[in-house]
Write a protein that binds this ligand. Structure first.
Ligand SMILES: [Zn+2]
Length: 461
């Protein structure tokens, strides 16, 4: 009988081949056997538990240089160490950080700069997304080289004022990325429409947070999503719409997908659980993201999109602020601190509100949180599935455990946007590459044990 370093015994395993009760044998960093006789130097009892692939949250913001992105105020409060700890507690083993390029910094330089931080601070495994703000010749020239350096995507913001000024450059960037096997991540909101809406609100004195959704209306998301789809149509390059929030924008993507275009969609938990009425609460600013919360009909349609496959991933856009920074009274609808902390809660809530309520199957849950992301971002099958030869990135969940959400245990922020929610289904134990990194409520990994992953070409879903 083969003997392994670790055997996970008796759990319901959501493997690439289907969901079934099986033991899982781990040798070193890899999964060595699924099912059949085996013995383990260490055994983890998973009876009555779910054994799921470690989740891949490809969209987070962990600070590299506090204050740099926000020279006028406080910065995100999590770095790659606290972000990794929060991830492990949430069943996540791989994170994708947005690497904002500095003035004049080229993509490969940005990847090198943040790669050094991963090697120093990270416990989760990381991929890094170079965020292009200036698609100049030197930047464009590096795009075909990125895959050789293990990077399979670029990101840009249609919402930035510089987008329309440089639209030809961004189109060229998308084309070169597609030709080189990369996927292009795009933040879809239209700057001109939003700037005008915010100006009108300020002029009318409607500066309270209850007006925030009007400052970033659905039409600005729809028209920007149409442009992203047009980029895919014009170049044949795959595009990945980050944090889609509205039925209108999702319908644009559905039409594109029906036409066979490589248009992939991410949403995030804010848009699955909350509606715009939250902004009328006295501390409504704590729910602010970009785009804003929408209507109940949008929430229902996003759940349909998850179930039907029009939406491919759920990622947090984890952008953690202290509550005081979010509620700063100097902020208006036109000057918000966008984003919330969500690494510890996003997938338990997706399980609780999705799988347990019958809106999505367990298999779809695994696709949305792990498999699809790993395929699009060049990590599959090392990540994204439980299979022999894959990395032993595994979360053991108790599907019956009910907890009430409070302030995060590992993220350095001091509040949750879901404070008080009752959630059933939580990870108890997380393994990253065969090492137990979270168990019994404690994170045991060492900063610097996380890796920058070398990624392959994007593959269509
Ligand atoms: Zn983001």
């Amino acid at each position: 009988m083969p003997t392994y370093d670790i055997v996970i015994r008796g759990g319901l395993v959501a493997a690439a081949t289907g969901t079934a009760a099986a033991d899982v044998g781990i040798r070193g960093e890899k999964i060595a056997q699924i099912g059949g006789d085996m013995a383990g130097a260490r055994e983890l009892d998973a009876r009555g538990r779910l054994v799921l692939p470690g989740a891949v949250d490809i969209h987070v913001h962990l600070t590299s240089q506090p204050g740099r992105r926000n020279p006028s105020g406080p910065a995100w409060v999590d770095d790659m160490t606290s972000g990794s700890a929060a991830a492990f507690a949430g069943g996540i083993t791989t994170l994708g950080n947005m690497t904002f390029l500095g003035e004049g910094e080229l993509p490969l330089q940005g990847l090198e700069r943040e790669g050094a931080l991963v090697r120093e601070l990270a416990m989760a495994d990381f991929v890094l997304h170079p965020v292009i703000r200036q698609p100049d010749e030197a930047t464009l020239a590096q795009i075909p080289q990125l895959l050789d350096h293990g990077c399979n995507d670029i990101k840009f913001f249609i919402s930035m004022p510089g987008f329309d000024l440089n639209v030809g450059g961004f189109l060229e960037a998308t084309a070169r990325a597609g030709a080189a096997g990369l996927i292009t991540m795009i933040h879809c909101e239209d700057h001109a429409i939003m700037a005008r809406a915010a100006r009108d609100l300020l002029a009318a004195g409607r500066t309270g947070m209850e007006h925030y959704p009007e400052s970033r209306p659905v039409v600005s998301e729809v028209v920007a999503t149409e442009r992203a789809v047009a980029f895919a149509a014009a170049t044949g390059a795959p595009v990945y719409i980050v944090h889609l929030s509205s039925q209108g924008a999702l319908d644009v993507c559905r039409r594109a997908q029906s036409a066979g275009l490589p248009v992939y969609v991410e949403t995030r938990p804010l848009y699955l659980h909350l509606t715009r009425e939250r902004f009328s609460e006295p501390d409504g600013a704590k729910y602010v993201g970009q785009p804003p919360l929408r209507e109940a009909a949008d929430v229902e349609d996003l759940w349909r999109g998850l179930a039907q496959g029009a939406i491919h991933t759920v990622c947090s856009d984890h952008a953690p602020w202290s509550l005081a920074a979010k509620l700063d009274p100097a902020l208006t609808v036109a000057s918000v601190r966008p984003g919330v902390a969500d690494l510890e809660t996003e997938y338990p809530m997706l399980y609780s509100e999705g799988v347990r309520r019958g809106r999505i199957s367990l298999e779809r849950f695994v696709e949305l949180t792990s498999t699809n992301v790993a395929k699009l971002f060049g990590l599959y099958p090392a990540k994204g599935c439980i299979a022999v030869g894959s990395d032993a990135d595994i979360a053991i969940w108790d599907p019956e455990l009910t907890r009430r959400v409070g302030a995060p245990a590992f993220s350095r922020t001091d509040y949750s946007a879901y404070d008080g929610w009752e959630v059933t289904g939580w990870p108890l134990t997380t393994l990253r590459r065969g090492e137990v990194v979270f168990d019994g409520g404690r994170v045991t990994a060492r900063p610097g044990s996380g890796r920058v992953l070398h990624r392959g070409r994007t593959r269509p879903l």
